[in-house]
Ligand binder design. Structure first.
Ligand code: DGL
Length: 283
């Protein structure tokens, strides 16, 4: 990787990190990146016109994701973070093959954190239909000696987009999904992986509904750590506060209405989404 940390732990120059998602959901990953690596510039591409990816085929998702990866590189991204779990699960290899910069997806960092957190080597992963059908998480976990049950939770994305994050309907839906996931051989699973960009918004609800002994692993946070490691960014707490130049520049591209992206994005990012440009990717 071309970015090396100086002895003081800060980067010699600010990297430009491209973040790709099917829409606003990946802003949860951007949020984690901003906390971990504030000294960078970010280009975020949300393919909001073609969302959801979670119900599409691998070929379609790969086609869309490669187009977005090219766009971000043409705008100056020096590293790509595939924030979308579905795009990572279905198309990471194609995106890597089509990119001239480094590419990091969310599945491997999430699986690594889950493997580290699980005492009894049994993990439940929740995600979209497409992520679950690809078995990308199961493969990554089994490679680390962990048994995994993957459970599709397709109703969560629309519920979260509706803003129903602390809502009795969402809680009831979560009870049904999680009771099906934590059953039989996986009753004693001790880790729940949030394998979708939208789930960090219902993390506390899921924490209440999941069995008490369960640790939640957020693949957004794990990915931010993996990116920091790759860029050799010093742990934030070890950089003296006067050395922190926490003024990331953020630029957003959305394939559907910029106004809609701005409005909905604010909830996912946790603060105002400002500089949004509408882009029209030709098929
Ligand atoms: N970003 C997707 C993911 O993380 C969820 C939304 C969609 O289905 O496009 O899997």
């Amino acid at each position: 990787m071309q970015f090396m940390a100086s002895p003081g732990g800060t980067l010699p120059r600010r990297p430009t990190i491209g973040v790709f998602d099917s829409g606003v959901g990946g802003l949860t990953v951007l949020r984690a990146l901003l906390e971990r690596i504030p000294d960078a510039d970010y280009l975020y591409f949300g393919d909001s016109a073609r969302l959801p990816y979670g119900s599409k085929s691998a070929a379609t998702v790969a086609h869309y994701a490669v187009g977005a990866a090219h766009y971000l590189q043409d705008r100056g991204a020096e590293l790509l973070v595939i924030a979308c779990n579905t795009a990572t699960a279905l198309a990471l290899d194609q995106i890597k093959a089509a990119s001239r910069v480094g590419v990091i997806g969310v599945v491997e960092p999430g699986a690594q954190a889950a493997a580290a957190a699980s005492r009894n080597r049994r993990v439940v992963v929740i995600g979209t239909e497409a992520t679950v059908s690809s078995h990308a998480y199961r493969r990554a976990l089994e490679a680390k000696g962990i048994a995994a049950r993957e459970k599709a939770c397709p109703l969560f994305v629309p519920l979260v987009e509706e803003g129903w994050v602390e809502h009795p309907v969402t809680e009831q839906v979560a009870r049904i999904y999680l009771s099906e996931a934590f059953a039989d051989d996986f009753r004693e699973s001790d880790v729940l992986v949030l394998g979708c960009t939208h789930y960090p918004l219902i993390r506390s609800l899921l924490g209440r509904v999941a069995p008490e002994h369960v640790t939640i692993v957020d693949s957004a946070e794990s990915t931010a750590h993996a990116v920091a490691e790759q860029l050799q960014v010093a742990p934030i707490e070890s950089v003296r506060s006067h050395e922190r130049r926490a003024y990331p520049r953020l630029k957003f591209f959305a394939t559907d209405s910029a106004e809609k992206f701005r409005k909905m994005g604010t909830r996912f990012l946790g603060h105002a989404v400002e500089d949004v440009e509408h882009v029209d990717l030709k098929e």
